[in-house]
Design a protein around this ligand. Structure first.
Ligand code: NAD
Length: 505
């Protein structure tokens, strides 16, 4: 057993995952840090996935009757368990996905934050009281639990995405069926064990089957999407996946929350504070090796500040440390796999063919043949064409010059996968126009802060092509419940439409 494999099984044991679950399975798990195999887990068949969903549905039927604030107590205990195990789970995220330690721990912190949010929410699932036109009546809106909620998650936020969905779903009275990325089953098994401990502490009110974790690939995801007892699927991943999942859910009138790709942009205006802007761009574009849905991928720089900003940005790109994230010195870890590396090289070749000038982008040799580290790439483009219009899930920043504010707003919005956006300016009119109806069309629009690093308190995401799916904060919880309008007649009369009466004697 290699040292990373040993450390992984030690961490999983501390987190409560049985060693038997980590060997002999049909799915090899590799760490992108070195490319070595660290476990072999078992995948569920589509048929058994159906059985697990039935169990989750049976759990829902009981859980929906537990009062909201009591359901919140389970999520409070989950938050406590996450606090206790933050170091181990954060380290496991770093091993399985290759995030640097602060990012691995940051992801667990987001889980803790959403638990805190959901605990408060469990006492605030408010409906409206509505003025009724009928005398002697009262009318109100009630939010009711929805069912067993499906969660499909992407590799790059292997644990946070689950928690954004699960914490809300649980306080809303729903059970959860989670299909994590096939690239990150270990962190999912760890979350399952952490949740089981919280449920045990909570007691008998938490029915068996409240959380089901289905390890498997797209076929298991499809089984979840097609199952009649799943009224809502929250799917996070590529736009390609969303295009497959969305119509299938619509075909059976199930709800979808789709959090998909992000071809996110920043605009640097003449009045921008360039030091601050530089730091925000460097973090937003290079962080997590460009493998965030909110990574900054396009940058429009006003011609008056282009020559002050872009050479400094290139210098930052050339000097940033790339390497093993577990050793704690590098700022940029590996790409997830060889396919991601090849996708990046293909995009850079296409950018060159479209007239782009590339700095960086070469492979960094760490001595491990199956580990895929790259220098982040900055590409000066003559215009927004070719690969600039698509999300490549790697650290590539396309930089373009602009001269007219109205035109740059149009260019900013001229891509499909609009998720997050930023403007850097000290001009109030530019900032407000960027946030106005004629400004950024993305689900996240920021001023003087980069595109990445969203907080759970605001609803996360809102990719424009999907109609703006929202997870986590704000009023995202409403998607996990069904709304009923209730009318109560406390009079002795039954008002009917004018001129209508029934002879009932
Ligand atoms: P992916 O689309 O390859 O896979 C995501 C998940 O979908 C996996 O669990 C996968 O097994 C499942 N899946 C794939 N095809 C499916 C199908 N036909 N039916 C059901 N399930 C299916 O994405 P990835 O490579 O794991 O993650 C990177 C992508 O996710 C990027 O595009 C990134 O922008 C996006 N992402 C978005 C957000 C957000 O909040 N908007 C957050 C994280 C990642």
């Amino acid at each position: 057993m290699t040292s990373i494999a040993k450390e992984t099984s030690g961490l999983l044991a501390k987190l409560g995952v049985s060693p038997g679950a980590l060997s002999g399975g049909d799915l090899g798990v590799t760490s992108p840090v070195t490319g070595e195999e660290i476990a072999r887990v078992s995948q569920i068949s589509a048929k058994d996935a159906g059985k697990a969903i039935d169990e989750a549905h049976a759990a829902f039927l009981k859980w929906r009757l537990v009062p909201g604030p009591r359901r919140g107590e389970l999520v409070r205990l989950l938050g406590e368990e996450l606090r206790t195990h933050k170091e181990e789970l954060g380290r496991l995220v770093s091993i399985e996905v290759g995030k640097i330690p602060s990012e691995g721990l940051g992801e667990v912190q987001e889980m803790i934050d959403i638990c805190d949010f959901a605990v408060g929410l469990s006492r605030q699932l408010y409906g409206l009281t509505i003025a009724t036109e009928r005398p002697g009546h009262r009318m109100m809106e009630t939010w009711q639990p929805l069912g067993a909620v499906g969660v499909i998650s992407a590799f790059n936020f292997p644990v946070a995405v689950w928690s954004w969905n699960a914490a809300l779903a649980l306080v809303c009275g729903d059970s959860v069926v989670w299909k994590p990325s096939e690239k990150t089953p270990l962190t999912a098994l760890a979350c399952e064990a952490i949740f089981a401990r919280a449920a045990e502490r909570f007691g008998d009110d938490a029915p068996e089957g409240l959380l089901k974790v289905l390890i498997g690939g797209a076929d298991v995801g499809e089984a979840l999407v097609d199952h009649a007892k799943i009224p809502l699927v929250s799917a996070t991943g590529s736009t390609r996946m969303g295009r497959a999942v969305g119509p299938r859910l619509a075909g059976r009138f199930a709800r979808a929350i789709l959090e998909l790709g992000g071809n996110n942009a920043g605009i640097v205006c003449p009045s921008a504070d360039l030091d601050m802007t530089l730091r925000a761009i460097a973090f937003g574009a290079m962080g997590t090796a460009g493998q965030r849905c909110t990574t900054m991928r396009r940058l429009f720089v006003h011609e008056s500040v282009y020559d002050q900003l872009v050479p400094r940005l290139k210098k930052a790109y050339e000097s940033v440390s790339v390497g093993n994230p577990l050793e704690g010195k590098a700022l940029i870890g590996p790409l997830i796999d060889k396919q991601a590396f090849e996708g990046m090289q293909k995009a850079l070749d296409a950018a060159k063919a479209a007239g782009g000038s590339v700095t960086g982008g070469a492979r960094v040799d760490t001595g491990d043949a199956d580990a895929w580290y790259v220098r982040p790439a900055i590409v000066e483009m003559p215009s927004q064409t070719g690969p600039v219009l698509e999300e490549t899930f790697a650290p590539i920043l396309y930089v373009m010059k602009y001269s007219d504010f109205d035109e740059v707003l149009v260019s900013h919005n001229a891509v499909g996968a609009g998720l997050s956006s930023s403007i850097f300016t000290r001009d109030l009119q530019e900032a407000e126009r960027f946030l106005s109806p004629e400004g950024s069309d993305c689900g996240i629009a920021n001023v003087n802060i980069g595109t990445s690093g969203a907080e759970i308190g605001g609803a996360f995401g809102g990719e424009k092509e999907t109609g703006g799916g929202r997870e986590s904060g704000s009023d995202a919880w409403k998607a996990y419940m069904r709304r009923a309008t209730n009318t109560i007649n406390y009079s002795k009369a039954l008002p009917l439409a004018q001129g209508v009466s029934f002879d009932i004697d």
